[in-house]
Design a binder for this molecule. Structure first.
Ligand SMILES: NC(=O)c1ccc[n+]([C@@H]2O[C@H](COP(=O)([O-])OP(=O)(O)OC[C@H]3O[C@@H](n4cnc5c(N)ncnc54)[C@H](OP(=O)(O)O)[C@@H]3O)[C@@H](O)[C@H]2O)c1
Length: 246
């Protein structure tokens, strides 16, 4: 079960953290993977690691905060690397309390997390429609469902992804394309290392399973949603938070 042989997947934000773990897990299940992000050196290192383990991988320089450039970069994949599984994982934080949040901090986060996912999804769904098959997975956050002080921009972008994913599910379901959301809780990565200490402690204390999430916890959910076995699930939000949000 949950094999991904003959599938080609693209993971945004695959240069580190959750995205890198998702790419490794998809490759481990037999998918060919396109690793996309801005840090090409890190992508190349991961592609080499996957190839050494017998998988197939390539890197793609992609800045999703520039929709026109991102669309152009995705166009270079051509038919040889037509995408079946898209994981919209890239994301950033620019935390600040609302009273101090600049318009720039607001825009940067919305542009990358929400508009970036829109641009990549729009560019890659045409190919999926032709194949009458596709799996689109959005990495949102429980913060988009519950809110968090200091993260109004981030929460708005992540909540936006939920509405976007559900709309895409309704638009493309008749073409055999599913669209789902993973909402991770508090996962140990560079992103959470940068969290305000008090906010981090507060979130940690609410985790019912009494441990921080690991990148592999999120990758397992992505493998499941990418699989053929998850073909009757669409428009869903899968909360992978150890019970941080119930
Ligand atoms: N860690 C958590 O607890 C947690 C919880 C809930 C949700 N999430 C979500 O999970 C996703 C991954 O988070 P993470 O913790 O793994 O964060 P991370 O370690 O900071 O990684 C973020 C990834 O996004 C990429 N990225 C950022 N801006 C980009 C851009 N403009 N264009 C292309 N790629 C870009 C980065 O690559 P480059 O810098 O190389 O471009 C990097 O690979 C994010 O969407 C995050 O919001 C994380």
């Amino acid at each position: 079960m949950f094999r991904l042989d003959d599938q080609t997947a693209l993971v945004t934000g695959a240069s580190q953290g959750i995205g890198a773990a998702i790419a490794r897990a998809l490759a481990d299940r037999g998918a060919r993977v396109v690793l996309a992000a801005r840090s090409v050196d890190k992508l190349e290192a991961l592609a080499e690691e996957i190839r050494s383990a017998g998988g197939e991988a390539r890197s793609l320089a992609l800045d999703i905060s520039d929709p026109a450039a991102a669309t152009e970069a995705l166009g270079t994949l051509g038919n040889d690397w037509a995408i079946d599984v898209l994981v919209n994982n890239a994301g950033i934080t620019r935390d600040s309390l609302l009273m101090r949040m600049s318009l720039e901090q607001w825009r940067e986060v919305i542009d990358t997390n929400l508009t970036g996912a829109f641009a990549v999804t729009k560019a890659l769904t045409r190919g999926m429609m032709r194949k009458r098959f596709g799996r689109i997975i959005f990495v949102s956050s429980v913060i988009g469902l519950m809110g968090n002080p200091g993260q109004a921009n981030y929460a708005a972008s992540k909540a936006g992804l939920v509405g976007f994913a559900k709309s895409v599910a309704r638009e493309l379901g008749s073409r055999g394309i599913t669209s789902n959301v993973i909402a991770p809780g508090f996962v140990e990565t560079a992103m959470t290392e940068a969290l305000d200490e008090k906010v981090a402690k507060d979130l940690e204390s609410q985790v019912v399973l009494r441990r921080l999430g690991q990148v592999e916890d999120i990758a397992a959910a992505a493998v499941f949603l990418a699989s053929r076995e998850a073909g009757y699930i669409t428009g869903e939000v899968l909360n992978v938070s150890g019970g941080l949000y119930i």
